[in-house]
Design a protein around this ligand. Structure first.
Ligand SMILES: [Zn+2]
Ligand SMILES: [Zn+2]
Length: 293
């Protein structure tokens, strides 16, 4: 029987639309055997997800997707099984989340100049129990108020990089963050390395330097990658002995075309990732979370 593994999903604790419990139940219904919960810049979904996974009888990897910066490019870094109480990690996540909340008022001001009236209360009404209100929530508020039809339209017209209401925010420098996660006993995988942006950065030489800092893998199979990009990334992963993952980047109804299990990770690659996590945990001496089985 084929073991189905999806290592990148979001709940309402960041910008997904399912509660952690609903996400786990959806993963079970999608016939996944292993799922990782990876909300943006927070471990706040872990406890509820772990309880739900035990209840549902599904294997759960606790992780997060960290907003980082690589020489001016936004890079999303998946961190699996770190000790969430490691002080340098806690401090960086707090700084990232504060930056996300902090830019909202400025974005609202810019929208107002364009004649679009959205308030902080409007955003709060759609962001519910999220750890921080980000652009996806603002996009949902724009949909709710009838200014746009979808999150995608909100990003394409107003909120995306280079669009009139966009405001940049703090992201943790990539290489130090890889070291911070390693010091917290976790392993790192670059999420959708060449997705959306369209440019092939970081390139093989840069990724090689990141491997020296402790990087363990590349998320090769992702909806934002064309077959050609996947093949190039697979070659780089092979050259650098990196773990290859494939995942949905599920956001509930918040992202179209990213249903659970749409991409999966090969069991042998998952085992390699867990071996590296065990080694990182042992080297760090930190109390890291176990995989929930
Ligand atoms: Zn991402
Ligand atoms: Zn994601």
């Amino acid at each position: 029987m084929q073991v189905r593994i999806d290592l990148h999903t979001h709940s309402r604790v960041s910008d997904g639309t399912d509660s952690p419990t609903e996400l786990i139940q959806a993963a079970k219904a999608a016939e996944l055997d292993v799922v990782a919960i990876t909300d943006h810049d927070t471990a706040a979904s872990w406890d509820e997800a772990a309880a739900a996974a035990t209840e549902a009888g599904i294997e759960l990897v606790r992780g997060m997707e960290i907003s980082t910066d690589y020489v001016g490019h936004s890079v999303h870094l998946l961190a699996y099984l770190p000790d969430r109480t490691h002080p340098p990690l806690v401090a960086e996540l707090a700084r990232i989340l504060a930056g996300r909340d902090g830019r909202l008022p400025l974005m609202l001001t810019r929208l107002a100049r364009l004649g679009i009236e959205v308030s902080l209360e409007d955003v709060a009404a759609v962001s519910g129990d999220a750890a921080a209100s980000g652009r996806p929530h603002l996009a949902d508020a724009l949909v709710a108020k009838g200014y746009v039809r979808s999150r995608d339209e909100a990003f394409n017209r107003y909120l995306g990089a280079g669009k009139p209401a966009n405001v940049s925010r703090y992201a943790a420098p990539l290489e130090p963050m890889i070291r911070t996660v390693a010091a917290a006993g976790g392993v790192t995988v670059i999420a959708h390395p060449w997705g959306r942006s369209g440019h092939e950065q970081p390139d093989e030489a840069a990724i090689s330097a990141l491997v020296d800092a402790g990087l363990s893998g590349l998320e090769v199979d992702h909806q934002d990658h064309s077959p050609e990009v996947r093949e190039k990334l697979r070659v780089i992963a092979r050259n650098l002995d990196l773990v290859v993952t494939g995942s949905s980047d599920y956001h509930g109804t918040g992202k179209v075309g990213h249903h659970l299990g749409v991409n999966t990770t090969a069991p042998a690659e998952y085992e390699r990732l867990l071996e590296r996590a065990a080694a990182a945990a042992a080297a760090s001496g930190r109390a890291t979370p176990e995989v929930v089985r």
